[in-house]
Design a protein around this ligand. Structure first.
Ligand code: AMP
Ligand code: ZN
Length: 472
């Protein structure tokens, strides 16, 4: 397998610390609100990566935290605590908010066929681990107390900007008009490890510590939770590109200061989903959630397909037109697969050859679009129906699109569900021919195809999601 590594800015051969095993960590959600489909793009891509690692034979252990304490609404240790904000908005306790939105997050993941990580650990479960790491950082001289808080001293590191590509202007902490600089800090990038007194509104949840009753800063949780379950060295750390600075930069600073050695070898960052106006947000414009897409009639797996059509390292713009196209593609693809005759046995050798082809193509830096192309190649290939189905089911271990499964809706709704596979294939072929005719402006031929199908009892209907059909 080859993977782009944000640390080296190159696509590299993937070599784990221990042969055959992968320790993988994912920054989990801050559970103060529903996830938007942008957040979920990142989780889909991480899910594909995990499934791909398993597909090529690795034994993967994946760990995810749940940020239920200490994530401030600005990444500069400024602003309001996100969890507290959610609790105030909904007149609930912070823990009620955390439970509700953690459940909502995993329910969205299930709808998108995102596997639950092997370990899911809320930050509030690990306060003793955080305190221990902060104590060691103080002992080693990497942290200092000031104004009743504990800070990480970034000037003690040989290199702080490990990802290298920060623009100094973007890094200026505390210079926005609405933010006053934290005068406790010795250096502008120092960050809080433990708060006992914040100039911001206090947390609802507090714990005793050697520095007084208080609560952890945001970054410490990922270092501690990953080490608790994966040890002091791990293979792959994932997140969205916005996590690179300051979150992942700070995670590396404190983890390597604590252990005294390199912590994580590969950094996998998924690029953002944007809307047409720019960055997606939970507060501006339409709040795009999986539930909203469902209310509008989309199968959540259509959104999964939409994200797989692009490379994870490129920004992706969400529009309903693009989603409609994905919906059309998904429907046609499932109809085609549903109409493959399944008699006989699959050819194991051929399945293995396609498996290797898929591993090679998609394994080249998680090339999901190439994985989808291979599905079409299989459909066109000169192999038996049973083999085609077996190969596509095998690919779907990574793609996660339920390509060979019929949904209850499809089974009861007509289309490929209650007509013969041969007829469904014939109709799809005619629809494709008609589409090509229309593209060439041969409308006479397009009408002829429609009329011929009507004679056969099949009625076509052109919709925004493509051409649908039903029996007379
Ligand atoms: P949060 O719940 O804010 O901690 O974010 C959860 C995950 O979503 C993190 O890995 C972020 O990097 C990622 N993320 C945030 N915004 C977007 C976006 N617009 N597109 C893709 N991923 C995002
Ligand atoms: Zn993290």
């Amino acid at each position: 397998m080859r993977l782009y590594n944000s640390l080296t800015k190159q696509v590299e051969d993937f070599v784990p610390n221990v042969e055959g095993k992968v320790g993988m960590y994912t920054c989990g959600p801050t559970v103060y609100h529903f996830a938007h489909i942008g957040n979920l793009r990142t989780y889909i891509m991480e899910d594909v990566l995990e499934k791909l690692l398993r597909y090529v034979g690795y034994d993967v252990k994946r760990v995810m935290n749940i940020t239920d304490v200490g994530h401030l609404s600005s990444d500069a240790d400024t602003g309001e605590d996100k969890m507290l904000k959610g609790a105030k908005r909904e007149h609930k306790t912070v823990m009620e908010i955390a439970k509700f939105y953690t459940d909502a997050f995993f329910s969205d993941c299930e709808k998108l066929n995102i596997k639950r990580p092997d370990v899911v650990e809320p930050a509030t479960n690990c306060i003793p681990e955080f305190i221990h790491m902060i104590e060691v950082l103080l002992e080693k001289g990497y942290a200092y107390k000031a104004g009743d808080n504990v800070y990480f001293d970034t000037s003690k590191l040989k290199e702080y900007y490990v990802f290298g590509n920060q623009n100094e202007d973007e890094l200026l902490v505390g210079v926005r008009d609405d933010v006053t600089e934290d005068t406790n800090k010795r250096n502008k990038n120092d960050f809080v490890l433990w708060f006992t007194k914040s100039k911001f509104e206090d947390q609802a949840l507090k714990w005793d510590s050697p520095w007084g009753t208080g609560y952890p800063g945001w970054h410490i949780e990922c270092s501690c939770i990953s080490m608790k379950h994966l040890g002091e060295k791990m293979d792959i750390h994932c997140g969205g590109v916005d996590n690179i600075f300051p979150h992942h930069t700070n995670e590396i600073a404190q983890s390597e200061a604590y252990t005294g050695h390199k912590w994580c070898n590969y950094w996998f960052h998924a690029h953002h989903l944007n809307d047409e106006t720019g960055k997606m947000s939970k507060s501006k414009g339409e709040f795009l959630t999986v539930s909203l897409l469902e209310e509008k009639g989309y199968d959540p797996l259509v959104y999964r397909l939409f994200t797989l059509q692009s490379h994870y390292r490129k920004p992706l713009v969400f529009t309903y037109e693009a989603l409609d196209q994905a919906a059309g593609t998904y429907k046609k693809l499932k109809n085609r697969i549903g109409s493959i005759p399944a008699e006989g046995e699959a050819d194991a050798q051929a399945v293995k050859e396609w498996h290797d082809k898929f591993a090679e193509a998609v394994g080249n830096d998680v090339n999901t679009a190439m994985g989808l192309t291979l599905v079409y190649d299989v459909l066109k290939a000169d192999i038996s129906g049973a083999t085609k189905r077996a190969v596509i089911a095998d690919f779907d271990r990574v793609l996660g699109l339920k390509l060979t499964e019929k949904t209850e809706k499809e089974a009861g709704e007509g289309g490929a569900g209650d007509i013969s596979p041969e007829l469904a294939a014939h109709i799809e072929e005619m629809i494709e021919k008609r589409k090509a005719a229309k593209k060439e402006k041969n409308f006479a031929l397009a009408d002829e195809i429609r009329a011929q199908l009507a004679d056969e009892g099949v009625i076509l209907e052109d919709t925004r999601e493509g051409t649908k059909y039903h029996l007379k």
